[in-house]
Every structure is written in structure tokens, then in C-alpha cells.
Design a protein around this ligand. Structure first.
Ligand code: PHE
Length: 468
């Protein structure tokens, strides 16, 4: 059998850890908390949860079932069902290729922070300008990226069972324990600032959990909705072929209904806990203004919070950045694995040679991205108004532009070309009950295409033009 030859997950829980390893990454620990903090905590949380249970569930189910039923990578999966739709596989393959160019750069940043804390230089990280001066320097971001990339390549090189499954099965449970410990610690914090105002972790928790509808306008709500939706794609690693690849490694006996629910639960749980660990801490030490800092929350604001915790802050800082490092590694592994698996098929080469080839590709492109902050520095305004360098442009094209487009096309393909039945059959292949069948059919035929079309127009700036 082909599946034997190419390797696969040995157990259902091994698959869940590996897929959760892909899903849980800097998206959960860095992106989710800053979006939640910026978008007012509770309301964002509520919107996100509803989207996970509807859109997240639909997209994840589609990818994994497509992968398992065809036993193929995205590149070939679509074309093997309907040859005319082969283009969609190639388009999908573009996303991990683009993400590969910059994910290891961010991994390198995280590795640098972990090293700073481990070597007792944590005061440096809390200084103003530390982050900017690091990423704009010419050599060290490249060195840290190289080490991170080499670690990733090593796991992929070791293969699916011995590399990915084993690594994820150790890292993921460990990550969960660490994150719960820091989240609980965060709630016990209390701080009195120079004005004599005391803020506690529990008050911070309330800001995070209780939706605040005051002053909510329709356009602000739409903004929150779009933030939550793009976060969902990125966080679940859907619509980029990765979950199709992992799905193709799953044994037929595995109950997909259960595994998919577990992956969703794990990913959302970690994001929720990451918010619970970061938001109260930021609130305690810098109030609600601190919460609005956006992308720099983890790299700039959080080290300051750790610094103000005294000795405990050093320990928490070490644990925190190590945890982010592992989460980033398992995600980067899944991106590289998708590229390697696809190229192994395309070029009929073995895993070792292909891993090496992809490693070289990733290295060259990542060096260019690193140099985007100095040698190749420029400022480009994206359709959404933010200023971008090379890294942000790659991120924007892959996450904001290609992913809605791919989800749209995939939903049309499943909903209207092959029919949702095709996916439902795979979900019930061992006689399981696909309980959310009705929801799935409705989502994939109507809700996903409509919402993705709107998101796509929005990301290209066309929506703004149409609405004037
Ligand atoms: N899902 C990962 C995260 O939350 C990111 C990721 C993106 C992983 C793309 C794989 C591919 O960080």
C-alpha cells in the first residue's frame, strides 16, 4: 500500500498532537493575545469562539477529510478528484511556500529572546529599542534564523513517525502544562503604580472575559470580525494544504470526528490560555493603554512586564520564551513537511535529499527576508493601510489574500462540484456518526463562499472601492 511506503501517524493521538503542533504556534501565543487585547477582550473572544465552531470546524474538516480520502498532498488531491480542478492544488501549495520564507525568521527572533533569558541578560530585553535594534542588525537575526531552521529541518528529515509524531507528542503536553502554570500565576499578580492605583490579575481577567459593548459601532464590529476570521485561518493552519498533507497520513480506522474536535479544542484552548496569561499581566503593569500595543505586545511589552516582576519574572520569562520556541518549531515543521512531502512526489527523490533541498530554499529566502530590515529596507503601504516590509508583504499575500481565495474555491469545489456528501462519507467511513452534517453542508455551500468573497475583496482593497 502506498500509505505504508510513505509513512504515517502510528496512532490517533499521535496525529492529534502533530496536527495540534502545527496549529499551535506563534499565532496562538503572540497574535491571538494582542488582537484580543486590542479588540477589547471579551467581545473578541466571543466572536472568535463562534467562528471556531462554525468556520473553523468546516475548513478543518474539509482539509483533513480531503487528505485522508485521497491519500494525497494538496498538489495532487484536487486534481485526482476532478482533473480540471488541479490548479487549486498548485495554488494551495503556494501558501506554505510563501510562509516558509518568513516563519523561520520569526522563529529566530523567539530563539534570540529565549537565549537572552537563559543567559541571564533579561534586563536587555526590557530596554527600549531592544527589539528594533535586534531585527535591524545585519548578522544576528540571520544566525538565529539559521539555528531555528536547522532544528526544523532535522525533525522533518527524521520523518513522520520518528520525527514529527514523536517530537510533537512530547512537546505539546509539556506546552500545555507550562501555559496553565503561567496563566494561574498571572492571576495572582497585583501592582500599585506611581499614582497609587492598584490593579490585580483578577481585574485583568475580567477585562479579558467580559464583553464590553459600550460604544460599539457597526464598523468597529466588522473590524473585530475580520481580525477574528484571519486569525482563525492562521491559527488552525487551514486552507494551505498543511492539514491535507497531515490528513493523508491518518489511518482509515481513526475516528476523524473525534480527532478534529480535539485539534480544534487544543488550538483554541491554548489561544485562550495564552490570553489569560498575557492580558492580565499587561493590564496589571500597564493598564488598558498597555493593551493596545498591537504586534509588539510579546516582543516589547511583555519583557517589561517580566522585568517588573523581579526575580520571579526571570523564571517566568525563561519558561515563556522556551514555550513559544517549541510551539513555533512544531508549526514550522508542518510547513516544511508539506513542502518536502510534495516535492518528494514531484521529483521522485528520497526524504533526505528533498529535505536538504527545501532547507537550502528556505535558508536563501529567509536571509532575504532578514535583510528586508536593513539592506533591502523600504516602506510599502498595504491595501489595509498598514506600512509593510518584506516580511509583512509575504504575510499579507499568504494570509490575507491567498487564504480567503483558496477557502472560497475549496468551498465551491466541495459544496457545488463534488458535493458535501463526498466529505460526509469520509467522516462516516467506519460507521461513525457525523453529527454536524447539516451545519457542515450549510457552511460549505453558502456561508464560507459568501464570507470568503467579502474577505477577499476587503483584502485586495476592492471592497472599499465598491462601497465607495
Ligand atoms: N498555525 C500556526 C500558528 O498558530 C501558524 C502556521 C501557519 C503554521 C501556517 C503552519 C502554517 O502559529
Amino acid at each position: 500500500m502506498e500509505t505504508k511506503k510513505k509513512g504515517g501517524f502510528t496512532s490517533s493521538i499521535g496525529f492529534v498532537f502533530a496536527a495540534a503542533g502545527s496549529a499551535v504556534g506563534v499565532g496562538n501565543i503572540w497574535r491571538f493575545p494582542y488582537l484580543a487585547a486590542r479588540d477589547g477582550g471579551g467581545l473578541f473572544l466571543l466572536v472568535y469562539l463562534i467562528l471556531v465552531l462554525t468556520f473553523g470546524f468546516t475548513l478543518l474538516t474539509t482539509d483533513i477529510a480531503l487528505g485522508r480520502r485521497t491519500g494525497k498532498n494538496a498538489w495532487e488531491a484536487f486534481g485526482s478528484i476532478r482533473p480540471r480542478w488541479g490548479f487549486l492544488g498548485k495554488l494551495t501549495f503556494l501558501v506554505p511556500t510563501m510562509i516558509m520564507t518568513y516563519y523561520s525568521v520569526i522563529g529566530g527572533w523567539v530563539l534570540n529572546y529565549a537565549t537572552v533569558y537563559l543567559t541571564g541578560r533579561q534586563h536587555l530585553a526590557a530596554e527600549d529599542g531592544f527589539f528594533t535594534s535586534f531585527i535591524t542588525s545585519q548578522i544576528s537575526p540571520i544566525v538565529f534564523m539559521l539555528i531555528f531552521l536547522a532544528m526544523t529541518a532535522f525533525v522533518v528529515y527524521a520523518g513522520v513517525e520518528k520525527g514529527i509524531e514523536k517530537f510533537s507528542s512530547v512537546v505539546m503536553p509539556g506546552l500545555l502544562v507550562m501555559i496553565i502554570a503561567i496563566a494561574c500565576y498571572s492571576l495572582t499578580l497585583s501592582y500599585t503604580d506611581a499614582d497609587g492605583v492598584t490593579r490585580t490579575g483578577l481585574q485583568g481577567l475580567a477585562v479579558y472575559l467580559i464583553p464590553d459593548f459600550t460604544g460599539l459601532t457597526a464598523s468597529r464590529f466588522l473590524g473585530i470580525l475580520l481580525d477574528a476570521m484571519s486569525q482563525l485561518f492562521f491559527s488552525l493552519s487551514v486552507s494551505m494544504g498543511i492539514m491535507i498533507t497531515y490528513g493523508s497520513y491518518v489511518k482509515k480506522e481513526v475516528n476523524l470526528n473525534r480527532s478534529i474536535a480535539q485539534v480544534e479544542f487544543f488550538d483554541t484552548g491554548v489561544a485562550f490560555l495564552a490570553g489569560m496569561m498575557i492580558i492580565p499581566a499587561i493590564y496589571v503593569f500597564s493598564g488598558t493603554e498597555g493593551m493596545a500595543s498591537g504586534p509588539s505586545l510579546m516582543f516589547v511589552s511583555l519583557p517589561k512586564v517580566f522585568a517588573s516582576m523581579g526575580a520571579a519574572g526571570t523564571v517566568v520569562g525563561i519558561v515563556f520564551f522556551l514555550m513559544v520556541l517549541f510551539a513555533a518549531l512544531t508549526s514550522c515543521v508542518s510547513i516544511m513537511e508539506t513542502l518536502v512531502a510534495t516535492c518528494m512526489n514531484l521529483f521522485h527523490k528520497d526524504r533526505k535529499t528533498t529535505s536538504l533541498g527545501i532547507f537550502v530554499f528556505a535558508l536563501v529566502t529567509a536571509v532575504i527576508i532578514c535583510l528586508g530590515y536593513n539592506v533591502f529596507y523600504f516602506e510599502y503601504t498595504l491595501p489595509n493601510g498598514s506600512t509593510a516590509q518584506l516580511l509583512d508583504i509575504m504575510d499579507y499575500i499568504s494570509n490575507s489574500f491567498l487564504m480567503p481565495l483558496i477557502s472560497f474555491l475549496t468551498a465551491i469545489f466541495v459544496g457545488w462540484v463534488i458535493s458535501p456528501r463526498w466529505i460526509e462519507e469520509e467522516m462516516e467511513v467506519n460507521g461513525e456518526v457525523f453529527r454536524k452534517k447539516k451545519l457542515y453542508g450549510f457552511m460549505v455551500r453558502y456561508a464560507v463562499p459568501v464570507v470568503m468573497a467579502v474577505l477577499f475583496l476587503q483584502s485586495t482593497g476592492l471592497l472599499g472601492m465598491i462601497l465607495g
